[in-house]
Design a protein around this ligand. Structure first.
Ligand SMILES: [Zn+2]
Length: 306
């Protein structure tokens, strides 16, 4: 088993957690996550990149076109719309091409387009074939493939990579690819979980939702994330922490499932559990309260070229 950190290349690591797929129960395989002792990234050695179809079942939460959106997620998207508006204001071009990687049926991309009339082209790269007709009906150009497979001769003024970086085996190479896909004054918005947070320590002995095992291959700390950004030739314009309620909810429900107090199955994955949405509300509020004082469960950054 190769145990080379995919962020810094160091060979020394310590066991972080052994876990099964607690959220979708796609297999009984036990995955062993490691923590790099040099840069503190958490990663899955030899990630199962050849088993994407099994790992992302048809009932995966962002699949099926109609995204499962609780009321708390709708509030979140209203906040994100304000953020998109602020970012787009800083891109000077008269017409804008936007790319959403892992954008599903394009509901978030439609909001980006609604924020600014200059958006003339909106592209999605995603592996869900069912989202394609819905995205195309909404006027987006849909590329049904992984971001590693995606090729384009055109560059984009605004790229969204929201909760996607952690799903790829080689995030530094991906960031390098996004550098080449970005226009000279373009901006890249990234969101990824924070591995250096209180919930990782609290739930480390049972199940930490940040792993989303085995779908998250690499999890960063602020330090290792900024290191990966530098290695890719990009520059971090702005960095901040944001709430990560789904991560908390999955930590709680996964730990309860391990104790046998609740049941999760292939047919009834974790996000369908009746406690999931109430837990989202509680932890979104909790992360909102603590954000001024401590790093929360998700990191966000705006990146650009030199
Ligand atoms: Zn490392």
């Amino acid at each position: 088993m190769t145990e080379i950190c995919p962020v810094c290349g160091a060979e020394h690591s310590a066991l972080f957690m052994r876990t099964r797929d607690m959220e979708y129960c796609t297999s009984d395989h036990v995955y062993e996550y490691r923590r790099c002792t040099t840069c503190d990234s958490v990663y899955l050695p030899d990630p199962p990149t050849d088993r994407l179809a099994e790992m992302y079942p048809p009932n995966y939460y962002s699949f099926g076109g109609q995204h499962h959106r609780s009321w708390i997620e709708r509030i979140k998207s209203r906040i994100e719309r304000r953020l998109f508006r602020r970012i787009l204001r800083n891109i000077p071009d008269s017409s804008l091409r936007v790319l959403d990687i892992g954008g599903g049926s394009g509901w978030l991309l439609s909001e980006v387009r609604a924020c600014d009339r200059r958006v003339t082209e909106s592209h999605i790269v995603d592996i869900d074939p069912n989202a394609k007709p819905i995205a195309e009906n909404a006027g987006h150009i849909y590329h049904c493939r992984t971001i590693e497979e995606f090729q384009s001769t055109r560059q984009f003024h605004f790229i969204l990579l929201l909760n996607l970086l952690e799903h790829v085996a080689d995030p530094v190479t991906l960031l390098g690819k996004l550098h080449s896909l970005l226009t000279s004054d373009g901006l890249l918005l990234i969101k990824t979980p924070n591995a250096d947070t209180i919930d990782a320590r609290l739930f480390g002995a049972l199940y930490w939702g940040g792993l989303h095992a085995p779908r998250h291959f690499v999890l960063f700390t602020k330090k290792s994330f900024l290191r990966a950004v530098r290695q890719s030739g990009l520059v971090c314009e702005k960095f901040w922490y944001t709430q990560g309620a789904p991560q908390w909810a999955c930590s709680v429900l996964g730990s309860l499932a391990l104790k046998g107090w609740i049941s999760v199955s292939k047919e009834h994955p974790m996000y369908c559990h009746p406690l999931y949405t109430p837990l989202l509300a509680v932890f979104a509020f909790f992360d909102f309260l603590r954000r001024p004082f401590s790093p929360t469960t998700q990191m966000m950054a705006i990146l650009k070229k030199h």
